[in-house]
Design a protein around this ligand. Sequence first.
Ligand code: KG4
Ligand code: ZN
Length: 340
Amino acid sequence: MLILGIESSCDETAAAVSLDGRTILSNTVYSQIDMHALYGGVVPEIASRKHVEKITAVASEAMDKAGVSFKDLDAVAATCAPGLIGALLVGANFAKACSLMIGKPFVPVHHIRGHIAANYVAFPELEPPFIALVASGGHTVIIDVEDYTRMSVIGTTRDDAAGEAFDKIARVLSLPYPGGAEMDRLSKGGDEKKYRLPRARIEGHPYDFSFSGLKTAAVNLVHNANQKGQEIDRPSLAAAVAAAVSGEIVPRVIKAAEEKGRRAIAAAGGVAANSRLRSGLERICAQKGIKLYLPPLSLCGDNGAMIACQGYYELMAGNIADSSQNCYANMAVSDILAGR
Ligand code: KG4
Ligand code: ZN
C-alpha cells in the first residue's frame, strides 16, 4: 500500500510517501519558521499563503524521492484537524484533488494521531496498546492508545501547551522564535534550583495540566528584573522552566501508564525533543520497567511521514472520506474525523 501523506496544519508544509504504513520512502518538509520568526510567532494568514506557494513543489519532491508516480498511489492522506484552519484547508484540498485525479481514497488524519504515529515509523516493533504523550506548541496531552485508531484522552492542558510556555518565556529572554529548542540549549549550563516557579494542580483532574501560571511567573520574573536593572541568570531560568515542565509531565504520564496497566510509553511532538523531559522519562521508565519510545528529533516536529503512516492505519480501519470532507481547528483525538 503506497500512501502520500500531506501535513499543513501550522508552519510546516510537508509531504511523505509510506509503504505499508511504516516504511517511509520519502519525507519532505519545508519549514516557514524564518518567515514567522520576524513576527515572534506564527501568523496564520502568512502560513496559509506559504502553504499555497509550496504545497505542489513539496508533494512533487516527495513523490520523486520515493520514485513513485501518482498512478502508483493507493490513497492520499492529509491532516484535517486540529490546526490553523486556513493552513489545514490548503493541504486537505490539495490531497482531495490528488485523490480525485487518481480515483483513490482520500484519508483525513488527526494531527495528534499523526504525532503518535511518528513512533511507528521510528520503532517497527511498537504496537498498541501504550500510553502516548504528545507535547507540542499547541498541545500537551496524555492519551491511552488502545489501538491504531481507537484512543482516549487521559489528561490535557487547561490553558497553554508546554511548547507555548517555552516559546513565550524564550521571547522575553530575547531568544529567536520558536524558542523551545533555544531554551533547551541555554538551560544546559543553568542551575534549575535558582528560581522557584509555580506548579499547578487541577482539583479533581489529576492528569490535567496548566502551564499559564508557570509562563506568567517566568515572564514577570524577567520583567521585574529588567525594571530594577538586575541581571537575570538566563541559563538558570531556562533550566528552572524545563525542570518545571518536565516535573509536571513525567509523573502524570507514569501514573497514567500504571493506572491503565500499560507497559509502554511513546512520546511525540516538538516538546518531546526537550532534553530534560527525555532524561526525566528515561530515568523513571528504567526504574519502573516501562518501555519508553522517544522518536528521533527529526520525527518529533511536524512532518509528512507521520501523516502517511497514520493515514495507512485509518485506511485499514475504513476511515476514508469524499471530497466534501471539511477541516476543523479543534477536534478530540478520540473522534473519527472521516465524514465530518
Ligand atoms: O510538534 P511541533 O513541531 O508543532 C506543533 O504541532 O506545535 O512543536 C513545536 C513546539 C514549539 O513550541 C517549540 O518551541 C517546541 O515544540 N520545541 C521544544 C524543543 N524543540 C521544539 N521545546 C522544548 N525543548 C525543545 N528541545
Ligand atoms: Zn504538531
